[in-house]
Design a protein around this ligand. Structure first.
Ligand SMILES: [Zn+2]
Length: 580
């Protein structure tokens, strides 16, 4: 998702965006209602032991959406294979969506066979299912789903209205998980191989969704059912979008020889701005396919839908709610950011939320990288420096322990916005250290599992931070664990201590816990740039007494900065009303 709009969000241009943004149409239901249990509110919490005995093969999800009473009814057919003998099926489902019927392989169960007090729907199976056996659970449920407090950051359903007063419904579940919508296993590595969706909506509304369009059926009562087929969907990416949408579509001729369907569903009356945004799709695809590799879901679609909330990386149906804002960077950063997640979240999916930065660090780095691809180094650095002001260094980006999504995203317990801005700066520094060839090959190994991706020769992958470090070491041809130990696993930034005496500039890296950090440093001395080797965290270079010296003149390195620290302190004081 997009970075949280808090104090240290992207500096001046972000401040303008905040001022310019207007709240969407008022929510009819109370945000935060009905309340969630602790279990349902967490996404990626530890698995139930019974869930570890399951392989999730596929799901067929049917929804009826009732905007006027802000409720849904669903039937979920879940197909699993038992990997160990299974006596109880446990899936996650918000208890605000009570279950009315369950059958296993077509045999209805008595109501006494299931219970869902806290959000773990526990189903006693009629007989033990042996290891290796596939089975199907059909679960019917209905109710009033949780309304988002502040989508997409505090997620749930968004029951909004278009300017004409028509229903405009969206969802965002990254923080709280798929179990707010359907019975799933709310854990990143439990993606089904495919999901079929059937979404029934009132007359005059459409329901664009994940994957390939399989047709629309008009019902006798005037409603319509929209069917979609999505392969390897990211677990929090399954989404409902309902409105009187208009559609713009086109086809992109890929450099890899295939063609990619492109679709944008927008509200009526916004055709001109919508067309301007759609005009960005092809050059953005060209950038990603040139610099990273093939669009991972070319056989499905590039899909974007206009939403009442800012954005979310819903696979092949990205949420877009940026109001077509312009920036001096020359492209829609919200669209570009969410689209980046097709590579970094949906193709490469973090195996645990502790690796959240693999989504957001890369997702955020792709905007400056696109700026560089479009306009060169000046645009790139200006965008990187804007990100630099938001880095807070309160918690390490990666803890090394399994985490749920909210724990990482909340600033009191986790790295929060640093997974975006600091993550992007770690990648910037790494790229400067190892060079473009090694950097982008390591990225391709992480994203595709190979350095020569072509359409059809890769599958979506789960990745961890140590795996990414391994790919970097492999491509760089040396062990760079020290680099990640400081930047990812420590909160504080390395500080570069400097002193000048006897015609020399002496440099020393001061790191948390005195970790080794032999990162070379460029220094401009007068009109020439020299590289100072930093073996043992120390380096030295001859400098004429009267020479003007600039450390790291091209801002290649993420390190502690007095001026950024002072600026952040100033913003904090101003926010607290403590002067100017
Ligand atoms: Zn994001």
């Amino acid at each position: 998702m997009t970075i949280r709009t808090d104090l240290f969000r992207r500096t001046a241009s972000a401040a303008l965006l905040l001022l310019a943004s207007t709240a969407p149409a008022a929510y009819a239901a109370d945000p935060g209602q009905p309340p969630l249990t602790e279990q349902t509110a967490r996404s990626g919490a530890p698995l139930d032991p019974a869930q570890e005995k399951l392989r999730f093969d596929s799901a067929e999800l049917s929804f009826e959406v009732f905007p006027e009473r802000e409720s849904i009814a669903g039937v979920a057919k879940l197909r699993f294979t038992a990997t160990d003998p299974l006596e109880t099926l446990v899936v996650d489902l918000d208890p605000n969506l009570p279950v009315s019927a369950i059958s296993i392989d077509g045999t209805p169960l008595p109501e006494s066979a299931w219970e869902n007090p806290e959000g773990r729907l526990s189903i006693r199976l009629p007989a033990t299912i042996p290891a290796g056996r596939a089975f199907e659970a059909t679960i019917a449920y209905a109710g009033t789903p949780h309304v988002a407090v502040r989508a997409p950051w505090e997620g749930g359903f968004v029951w909004s209205q278009t300017p004409e007063g028509k229903p405009w419904v969206a969802t965002a579940f990254q923080m709280q998980g798929c179990d707010l919508l359907w019975p799933c296993i709310d854990y990143p590595t439990y993606e089904p191989d495919f999901v079929d969706l059937h979404i029934t909506v009132p007359e005059g509304l459409s329901a664009p969704a994940n994957g390939v369009f399989r047709g629309v059926e008009r019902l006798a009562d005037g409603r319509s059912t929209w069917s979609w087929h999505a392969t390897n969907p990211t677990i929090y990416g399954i989404t409902l979008n309902v409105a009187p949408y208009e559609e713009i579509s086109g086809t992109y001729a890929s450099r890899f020889g295939n063609s990619i369907p492109m679709h944008f569903w927008h509200l009526p009356g916004r055709d001109e701005r919508a067309r301007e945004l759609v005009a960005e799709f092809a050059p953005t695809l060209d950038f990603f396919e040139s610099v990273i590799g093939p669009y991972p879901f070319a056989d499905q679609k590039l899909g974007v839908v206009e939403t009442p909330h800012l954005g979310m990386e819903h696979q092949t149906i990205n949420a877009y709610g940026n109001e077509y804002k312009k920036t001096p960077d020359g492209f829609d950063e919200l669209f570009q950011h969410e689209f980046a997640h097709e590579w970094f979240a949906n193709q490469l999916t973090a195996a645990n939320w502790d690796d959240f930065w693999l989504h957001e660090g890369f997702g955020s780095y792709m905007q400056p990288l696109y700026g560089q691809w479009r306009e060169g180094d000046g645009r790139y650095l200006s965008m990187m420096l804007a990100l630099r002001n938001g880095i807070r260094n309160q918690h390490p980006i990666v803890s090394g322990e399994p985490q749920d999504a909210g724990h990482v995203y909340r600033g009191d317990s986790g790295p929060s916005g640093d997974i975006y801005s600091k993550g992007a700066w770690v990648l910037h520094t790494l790229r400067n250290l190892i060079g473009d060839e090694a950097f982008f090959d390591a990225v391709r190994l992480a994203v595709y599992g190979r350095t020569d991706p072509r359409p059809g020769n890769f599958e979506p992958l789960y990745r961890t931070t140590p795996e990414f470090i391994g790919f970097v070491n492999q491509e760089a041809g040396r062990d760079l664990q020290w680099f990640f130990d400081v930047y990812l696993y420590e909160a504080a930034l390395p500080e570069l201590e400097q002193s000048r005496e006897n015609g020399r500039l002496n440099l020393r890296w001061k790191t948390p816990n005195d970790r080794p950090f032999p990162l070379p440093v460029e220094v401009r001395i007068g009109d020439r740039v020299e590289t100072v080797v930093m073996e043992g965290n120390r380096g030295s270079i001859a400098v004429p007494e009267d020479a003007h010296v600039v450390i790291d003149p091209m801002s290649k390195i993420l390190m502690q900065s007095d001026s950024v620290d002072a600026y952040q302190q100033y913003l904090l004081r101003r926010m607290r009303g403590g002067g100017h």
